[in-house]
Design a protein around this ligand. Structure first.
Ligand code: Z5A
Length: 213
C-alpha cells in the first residue's frame, strides 16, 4: 500500500512545529511508519534554496523568482524524498507544501493563481496531499510569537496586510477543498489545540487507511 501524504499549514508562529510533534505522537501510537520533512527544504539543494528565500539580508527578490525558487526546491524534494517514501508505504508529514505557495505567492504577493496551478501540475503531476491541517490564527498573535523567538526572516518582515491576505487564502483553500483540509483554531491554549487535533486525526484515520490504491 502506498503511504499517505499529510501537510501542515498556517501563518508564521501559528504552532506548526509544536503540533507536528503531536501528529508524530499520534502516528507512533498507531504504529504508522512515517518521515517528517519540510518546505522549502528537505534535501541539500532545497535547503540551500530555503536559505536564499528566507535570508532577511538578501537583496530584494523579484516575485516571479521567489515563485520559481519555491517550485525548484519542491521538485528536488518530491523526487528525492517525498515520492520515494510514499512508494515505500511510508507516510510523509510535511511542514508546508503547495498550499503555502497559493497562500503566500498567490494571496500575499498577488501572483496569478493560474500560473501557480500550471507549475503545480508540472512539478507534482497528480500528487496532492491526502490530508492538510490548516492551523488558523490571527497573524498579529502569530507574529508576536515569532518575534518572541528572535530574529525575523525575509517573510516575517512583511507588513500585516500581507499576512491577512495569506490567512484569508488559507481559509479560502479550506472552504473550497473541505474533504482534504481540516481547520484547527490555533488561537486556543496549546492543550486545547492538541486535543482538537487528536480528535480530528482520529476522525480521519480510517478514511486515510482505507483510501483505495
Ligand atoms: N513559504 C512560501 O512563501 N511559499 C511556499 O510555498 C512555502 C513556504 C512552502 C518558511 O516557513 C517560510 O517560507 C514561510 C512561508 C514561506 N514564511 N515565513 N516565515 P516556515 O514554516 O519555516 O516558517 P514559519 O512559518 O515562521 O514557521 P515556524 O517558525 O516553524 O513557526 P511555527 O512552527 O508555526 O510555530 P512554533 O515554532 O510551533 O510556535 C511558535 C511559538 O509559539 C513557540 O514558542 C510555541 O511554543 C508558541 N505556541 C505555539 N502554539 C501556541 C499556542 N496555542 N498558545 C501559545 N503559544 C503557542
Amino acid at each position: 500500500m502506498k503511504g499517505r501524504f499529510i501537510t501542515v499549514e498556517g501563518v508564521e508562529g501559528v504552532g506548526k512545529s509544536t503540533n507536528i510533534s503531536n501528529i508524530e505522537a499520534f502516528l507512533l501510537e498507531h504504529n504508522i511508519s512515517y518521515i517528517k520533512t519540510r518546505e522549502p527544504g528537505g534535501t541539500e539543494i532545497a535547503e540551500r534554496i530555503r536559505d536564499l528565500l528566507l535570508d532577511p539580508d538578501a537583496e530584494s527578490m523579484a516575485e516571479l523568482t521567489e515563485l520559481l525558487l519555491v517550485f525548484a526546491a519542491r521538485a528536488e524534494h518530491l523526487e528525492k524524498v517525498i515520492l520515494p517514501a510514499i512508494a515505500k508505504g511510508q507516510w510523509v508529514l510535511c511542514d508546508r507544501f503547495t498550499d503555502a505557495t497559493f497562500a503566500y505567492q498567490g494571496g500575499g504577493r498577488g501572483l496569478s493563481i493560474d500560473v501557480i496551478e500550471i507549475l503545480q501540475n508540472l512539478v507534482q503531476g497528480t500528487l496532492r496531499p491526502d490530508l492538510t491541517i490548516i492551523l488558523d490564527l490571527d497573524p498579529e498573535v502569530g507574529l508576536q510569537r515569532a518575534r518572541a523567538r528572535g530574529e525575523l526572516d525575509r517573510f516575517e518582515n512583511e507588513a500585516m496586510d500581507f499576512f491577512l491576505k495569506v490567512r484569508a487564502s488559507y481559509l479560502e483553500i479550506a472552504a473550497r477543498d473541505s474533504t482534504r483540509c481540516l481547520v484547527i483554531d490555533a488561537g486556543q491554549s496549546l492543550e486545547q489545540v492538541r486535543s482538537d487535533l487528536r480528535a480530528a486525526l482520529s476522525d480521519r484515520l480510517n478514511a486515510l487507511l482505507g483510501l483505495g490504491d
